[in-house]
Design a protein around this ligand. Structure first.
Ligand SMILES: [Fe+2]
Ligand SMILES: [Fe+2]
Length: 268
């Protein structure tokens, strides 16, 4: 049995301290094999926000893995930092590598940086990946999976229920890479809404997507804070949504998937 804790979007600078502490206590009890934090650690990459985010990160169960989100880039009131060194402060706090890799036990995880300091689109919070990034990810995964192959990026793959916000672009080549590399699981965040499902670039392989809600921020999108706990047992994987209710995190709903020669499918 492998147990992976996926949290996202704590947003220090707009985080609720009681929720953050309740989460850390629950995470310690759960004692996962790996903890993954999929970005938006801060609001604007301010120095105090990064200090608070680092203190929180260092209390997460080990081993742990982190990537930046679009909010971990300074805002337009710091144009030099925003345009010329957008990730300098993040790197000084969490390390130089914006696209880290980790292999622990039978879990292989790689990160991709879908955040852009600016784009042709007026909304610079949106996520993009280049073909070079996708080709690099396919190379980094290599030919043989050790058991569970995981890709982490900040921006989501599954549209929200109202379809008013964009998923990461371009989606089709990302899905093709996921199928080609037989990625088991994609971890992402950004919408502050829990979504769990499957995606498939080809009929040969479908992957599970865990889109985690915000773990402790006050920037709620119609649902309370929460996180996902992922349990892998052979070819069966269960994603459990935990919600903050009252003063603690409680198990809410779950989705179960089964793996066969064409990837992962919902177990009805
Ligand atoms: Fe966020
Ligand atoms: Fe975000």
């Amino acid at each position: 049995m492998i147990r992976l804790l996926h949290l996202s979007d704590p947003h220090f600078g707009a985080a609720d301290e009681a929720t953050a502490q309740a989460f850390l206590a629950r995470a310690k009890e759960l004692a996962p094999d790996l903890t993954v934090l999929s970005g938006d650690l801060t609001m604007r990459a301010r120095r105090q926000e990064l200090r608070d985010a680092k203190a929180f990160y260092e209390q997460l169960p080990q081993p742990r893995f982190v990537i930046p989100g679009n909010h971990d880039i300074p805002a337009l009131n710091q144009p030099l930092d925003r345009f010329f060194r957008p990730f300098r402060r993040y790197r000084e706090t969490f390390g130089k590598d914006l696209e880290p890799s980790l292999c622990t036990g039978s879990i292989e995880v790689i990160g991709l940086n879908s955040n852009r300091a600016f784009s042709r689109d007026l909304d610079w919070s949106k996520g993009y990946l280049s073909q070079d990034q996708l080709d690099g990810a396919a190379r980094r995964f290599g030919p043989v999976s050790p058991g569970l192959r995981v890709l982490t990026l900040h921006h989501p793959l599954l549209a929200p229920p109202d379809h008013r916000r964009d998923v990461v672009k371009p989606l089709p080549p990302l899905l093709t890479m996921l199928s080609g590399s037989r990625v088991d699981l994609v971890l992402c965040g950004h919408f502050h809404q829990s979504r769990i499902g499957t995606v498939a670039g080809t009929s040969e392989w479908s992957s599970i997507v865990s889109q985690a809600p915000t773990v402790c921020s006050t920037r709620l999108q119609g649902e309370p804070p929460g996180f996902h706990m992922i349990h892998l047992d052979g070819d069966q994987l269960r994603v459990v949504l935990h919600r903050y209710e009252g003063d603690r995190f409680m198990e809410d709903s779950s989705e179960i998937f089964r793996r066969d020669e064409t990837g992962w499918h919902v177990l009805l």
